[in-house]
Design a protein around this ligand. Structure first.
Ligand code: MSP
Length: 651
């Protein structure tokens, strides 16, 4: 629902190609966007978080063809797995845009028409190189000697076709100006220069339609052409908020606050997209953030190397909150990082099980033990410097977190939160509640200490809300928090003494059980061995079976032997003349040792009629007769036992 708030925050992810299952790299982008959206929501912004799927183009068309499916059915199936994954990962997007949505297609056509009417699109002829997997055009100069795509390293295809062109060059100076005057527009800083150089090298006009396939949005005024997939795709950021159709909604959210994309597609987002927007007289997004690659220990993830990390498997093994935490904590947003299961387990054990899990466990246990589970009333007169320090650390951490979240420095924000988690653990060691509990006179102090610990946990749970799904809920439940988690705002965390006293705490299972690294890897190995066995079994079964359609491909027919003659120089071969209805055929068969030629005459035998012709012993053979043989070396030709006409089909 759209609120009438001045403070809006619009964040987007790339729309992913439904050409394969999504992997941990895609999850990384999407979790980051989800985290910042959840954070802004807590800050009271009217937030819009958009993700979706990029379903048109030659690559998808070819993939569908390979899978023997029509493109729409093909993408429908894969896109539904995207949604399941986001759900499993606790990603709460506000809208999922599909480029095959009719609303999207209609608005894309309006955009194209607008650009054409303005004179920024014109008809010409494209001659050049095209990378189908990246859906990218390249000039000779950009390709270099090897003729491979500079982005993905795969071979490019030569394309020669009539095409519409978009006047990129017309806006190059204006774009350079914008980039120079808006230092935050391209982030991180390090990628800015790369983009500036690309523009300074000179922008050729961009081919924006294709004629040789049709899985795309039709050019509205020329149905021989479909709109180039990147124009179709980039437009999603404004079609999803009803550009040209709902002015109020569009104005409410546009310009976007940040497009989060991988560095691989930064060029499209910081050059092509802004120029389209300039041509449409629209403001540019406030920021495009190009994060780094998530690599594996064996390099870039790729199907052929077999090192693709499946986020669903990780969710099964470790739970979504641990994965989300790891992704945002371990790899600095902006630089490349390496995914490793060891590092993931270490994070779970040290940060989540040890620091956070123990803090919760110890605190709740003490309240149960010393105050009959009731949240005690703190007694201000017992406060000392250590309490002040705890409180100040909390507020300082929140302040730094806010600042770092705005810069999308998730890693630093979490580091800061963990400073506070560790500070709180230290507070237990400093205040030694178990010693206070021994003296009645210290009861008020004990109450204050335990209350402060619970209060610290309330703040920690709240600050974790953008990063995790069920953990904050579980912490709040255990510490006896009454309110609803949805209602906790970021400002609520900046107040101490919000937790209602008198409610009951309730210990639960450890929020993050420790993982024994060795045991885990052993289990994985066993599981993999088991899977391999199953696969082998399945392959064996497959080897022994043919599909019905394969069987149907074999054309068996009844044939009558009308002539039979031994081939002189051969020990085995007989030359048969066969009648198949009207048709006559010659077949060479290895049956000399089993039949006299005379006894063959008139027999109605079975032959494979659609076998490729072969020359055997210098004679052409058109087909193969069927015969049974046994271990003792006897052979019997298969015949039909009724008087069926020759040429009849056998099925
Ligand atoms: N369909 C285009 C984007 C159109 S946006 C208008 C596309 N799709 S994609 O499926 O290939 O997704 C690319 C994005 O996925 C990257 O930009 C990045 O955000 C994310 N990642 C894919 N692999 C990744 C890693 N190994 N590491 C980090 N992010 C990665 O391009």
């Amino acid at each position: 629902m759209m609120k009438l708030s001045e403070n809006t925050f619009y964040v987007t992810t790339p729309i992913y190609y439904p050409s394969a299952k999504l992997h941990i790299g895609h999850a990384y982008t999407t979790v980051a966007a989800d985290t910042i959206a959840k954070f802004k929501e807590m800050q009271g912004y009217d937030t819009k978080f958009l993700t979706g799927s990029d379903e048109h183009g030659q690559k998808i068309e070819r993939k569908a063809e390979e899978a023997n499916k029509n493109p729409q059915n093909y993408v429908d199936e894969i896109v539904s797995t995207f949604k399941v994954l986001w759900d499993e990962l606790g990603v709460d997007y506000d809208y999922f845009v599909r480029t095959t949505d009719t609303d999207h297609e209609r608005i894309v056509q309006k955009i194209f028409q607008k650009l054409y009417d303005k004179g920024d699109i014109y008809k010409g002829k494209y001659e050049g190189w095209y990378c189908v997997p990246c859906e990218s055009f390249w000039t000779e100069r950009q390709l270099g000697e090897e003729k491979v795509c500079p982005d993905c390293g795969r071979p490019v295809e030569w394309v020669e076709e009539e095409s519409y062109f978009f006047k990129l060059s017309k806006y190059a100076d204006k774009l350079l100006n914008h980039i120079e005057n808006h230092p935050k527009f391209i982030q991180p800083e390090t990628r800015r220069n790369e983009m500036i150089n690309f523009i300074k090298d000179g922008l050729d006009d961009l081919s924006v339609s294709r004629k040789t396939f049709d899985w795309g949005v039709e050019v509205p005024f020329d149905n021989d052409h479909v709109i180039y997939v990147w124009i179709d795709a980039l437009s999603n950021y404004i079609t999803a908020i009803n550009y040209l159709e709902d002015e109020d909604e569009f104005k409410h959210f546009w310009p976007a606050d940040v497009h989060i994309v991988g560095k691989d597609i930064l060029r499209f987002h910081t050059i092509y997209w802004p120029i389209i927007l300039m041509a449409l007289d629209l403001p540019l997004p406030k920021q495009v953030f190009g994060h780094g690659w998530l690599l594996t220990e064996t390099g870039k993830m790729s199907k052929s190397v077999g090192n693709v990390v499946d986020p669903r498997r990780l969710i099964d093994d470790f739970g979504r909150d641990a994965i989300r935490y790891y992704l945002m904590r371990e790899i600095s947003f902006g630089t490349d990082g390496t995914y490793s299961t060891e590092a993931l387990i270490s994070r779970i054990n040290s940060d989540l099980a040890n620091d956070l899990g123990n803090l919760l466990n110890r605190t709740v246990s003490m309240v149960e033990q010393y105050f009959d589970s009731k949240i005690p009333e703190p007694v201000k007169s017992t406060y000392t410097a250590v309490d002040k320090d705890l409180k100040e650390t909390a507020f300082k951490s929140l302040e730094i977190m806010e600042e770092k979240m705005d810069e999308l420095k998730f890693t630093v924000a979490l580091e800061e939160l963990w400073n506070f988690v560790r500070r709180t653990n230290k507070y237990i060691d400093q205040t030694t509640p178990w010693i206070l509990a021994k003296e009645d006179a210290k009861r008020d102090r004990l109450a204050s200490v335990l209350y402060n610990l619970l209060e610290a946990l309330r703040i920690i749970a709240g600050a974790l809300k953008p990063f995790m799904k069920e953990t904050p809920v579980e912490i709040l439940k255990q510490i006896g928090y009454e309110g609803k988690i949805e209602n906790i705002s970021w400002d609520d965390l900046k107040e101490w003494n919000k937790l209602q006293t008198g409610n009951k705490v309730k210990k639960g299972d450890p929020i993050f059980p420790r993982i024994d690294m060795e045991e885990y890897f052993e289990e994985v190995e066993n599981k993999m061995a088991e899977e391999k066995k199953e696969e082998n079994k399945a392959e064996e079964v497959e080897d022994n079976l043919v599909s019905f359609s394969d069987f149907q491909d074999v054309n068996l027919k009844v044939a009558k032997v009308i002539e039979a003659e031994e081939i002189e120089d051969s020990n085995k071969l007989v030359k048969l003349q066969l009648e198949l209805g009207e048709e006559k055929r010659q077949v060479i068969a290895g049956i000399k040792n089993y039949y006299d030629v005379d006894e063959l005459l008139g027999k109605k035998i079975v032959i494979v009629a659609n076998l490729e012709p072969a020359t055997i012993f210098g004679y052409e053979s058109n087909g193969m007769l069927l015969a049974a043989s046994n271990d003792s070396g006897d052979m019997s030709i298969i015949t039909v036992d009724k008087d069926i006409e020759s040429g009849s089909d056998i099925s």
